[in-house]
Design a protein around this ligand. Sequence first.
Ligand code: S3P
Length: 424
Amino acid sequence: MYIPPMEIALPGDKSLTHRALLLAALASGTSVIEDPLTSLDARTMAALLRRLGVSVSPMRGRTVRIGGVGLRGLRQPTTTLHCGNSGTAVRFLLGVLAGAAPPFTARLTGDASLRRRPMRRVTAPLRLMGASFVELAGDGLPVVVHGRRLQSIVYQPDVASAQVKSAVLLAALVAGVEVTLREPVASRDHTERMLRSLGVPLAGNAQAVTLSPVESIQAFSMRIPGDPSSAAFPAAAAVLAGRGEIHLTQVGVNPTRIGFFAVIERMGAQVDIANVTDWMGEPVGDVVVRASSLTATTVPREEVPSLIDEIPMLAVLASMAEGTTTFEGVSELRVKESDRLGLLAANLAAVGKRCAVEGDTLTVEGSDRAPAGAVETAFDHRMAMAFAVMDRIPGASVRLSETASPEVSYPGFFADLDEVAPLG
Ligand code: S3P
């Protein structure tokens, strides 16, 4: 049977929307962002910037305008900054506010999921720069930050984390000092690309980068491409539901973000990336995925940063593949929006699939048996979307504990899913 190709226009990239909003707030003049993500997480960042004295137009429609206050113009908030579910917002702000001119004090907190996530990975290097924090709950939130004059550091984090790297780079930008960061494995490099395109001197390569100070950054216009992490869900739905071909248009194809597509290609799907152009230093292209039967693969630890947010979806794909798939070095999953490692293992077992966690390795045994059972999402958007996709496998019956969390990163997720893999 011939099935015509489907075309999906994805929501704006979450990582780029956060960075564009924050850098526009720190720029001099009015910036315009086209096609930003307008999900819960992005609206949280916009609301936080307003609390810091930045004018940000409503996060509706296709354009948002930001009246930048300059690198050192943020206003002290009068009450606690609530960062909702957004790890990116809180970690970036810890960096930016650490370098605010004293006297400046802000208290940051978040929802139950965010409060349990580790913040010391960010506060530790910032403290080496001279930052001052009061931790009110050990490694988690709330944290109080007192603005300080910061100094230059050379730092190598233990984990490959773009949030840690970006927090340090942003602190240095605001404080007007040089920093050098070395990463064990390169994490996503959006902050570096965006800073470079705004004229901030950044020397080095994927593994080590040095930022030199600037007096100011100028306002800019930027269009946000589709989110490759969101793209993983309709792409996987098309593959699992055997829906011929899916076209994902104008998606970010930064090499540090597209490990998901490399893995499904190894598993047997056909992936083509075409029409690649440059949007403010970011490669953007059209991704075509053609369905096929899947075979198991190994995801080595060096590949993990390029697909860290896609592991729930990849584990679901692996559970339908022929053979046993291994994900190595995935302990970071324990400190995402949920304990994704523990929850993935429990949920795959709950729908009749076999998997195991040993140390920081996850193995998933594939079988063509249709999954059936109830899963707990723990209000984790990516867990909910991965298992919602699993429910669309012919013959499957997967019940989610809630369906609201996809709004965190992918407004319109269920409408897109209905189009790619309609129910029953
Ligand atoms: C992000 C980095 C990743 C990712 C998160 C977004 C970013 O976190 O999981 O969803 O925009 O920098 P880590 O850098 O902590 O791995």
